[in-house]
Write a protein that binds this ligand. Sequence first.
Ligand code: TRP
Length: 331
Amino acid sequence: MHRVFSGIQPSGELHIGNWLGAVQNWVALQDQYQCVYCVVDLHAITFPYQPAALAARTREMVVGLLAAGIDPERSILFVQSHVPEHAELQWLFTTVAPLGELERMTQFKDKAQRLESVSAGLLCYPVLQAADILLYRAEAVPVGEDQLQHLEFTREIARRWNSLFALDAPYFPEPRALLTKARRIMGLDGQSKMSKSLGNTIGLNDPPEVIWEKLRPAKTDPKRVRRTDPGTPEDCNLYDLHRYFSPPDAVTNVALQCRSAGWGCLDCKRVLADNMVKTLTPIRERAAGLRAEPARVDEVIAHGARRASAIARETIAQVTARMGFLPRQEV
Ligand code: TRP
């Protein structure tokens, strides 16, 4: 079976943006691939953060992934910092990583702009990402479009390292992207990508009344001003969400009612809220069940780290041997 690797930031609670854009796909891929899924806490510290909140955010992300359907037996689900080989391979890769390219990465430039002082860790973020993927010699990486540049960088690291240290036959594969069908999910403000830091999300744990409170004021077709104005579903941010949450006949009806001004936006939002609640309730309940059993979650996290470590150690042994280090004795 081919191997897939992907990582997600420990942002705490999952929201419908990362669920539709990434996690649903992660769940589906479990049928076809050996999947390795990682909560990337080492990446999270490259940007200012609160140390006191990191552990809880990491744990909550694991809970969310389990509740969304990641199966910790079929897939390897683990926390990045629990497998120190990520940091080790990252260091080895910094010695083949082209500095100029790191400085030109769009995500680096965006983030650096917002900081007074830029750390070397932020610059090396893509090197750590390359180490994540290549440590498991993954061949495919489910990501959104915003990560394509980092993936291209990963392929370049693989090529450079192979050309220096694996002259006989390539050791690292050049991983390809598995792009998700869901385009980028816009936030409820209809302005920017749905993102926790912008506060424009619906969380997977939001109870029905909170979903309604958030949907009620959400932006719709900006050209539909009065209740009697006909609307254009394709210009409505929420119509997009209907397509993910409402059954096909309901979606057809929503479009019809919008174009004829048969329904106002509020009518349409009520239907969306109902369907969203139906879809999300089982996930919210599973997450609550897991939070009530912390020992079980701990065991899942430990199990994932053990399985990831077994692969990671083997890769590091191969890599350090090929790079010419003196073999380490058992200590
Ligand atoms: N940079 C990714 C993001 O922000 C997270 C990530 C870290 C990742 N390591 C990875 C994604 C490896 C895919 C593969 O979404």
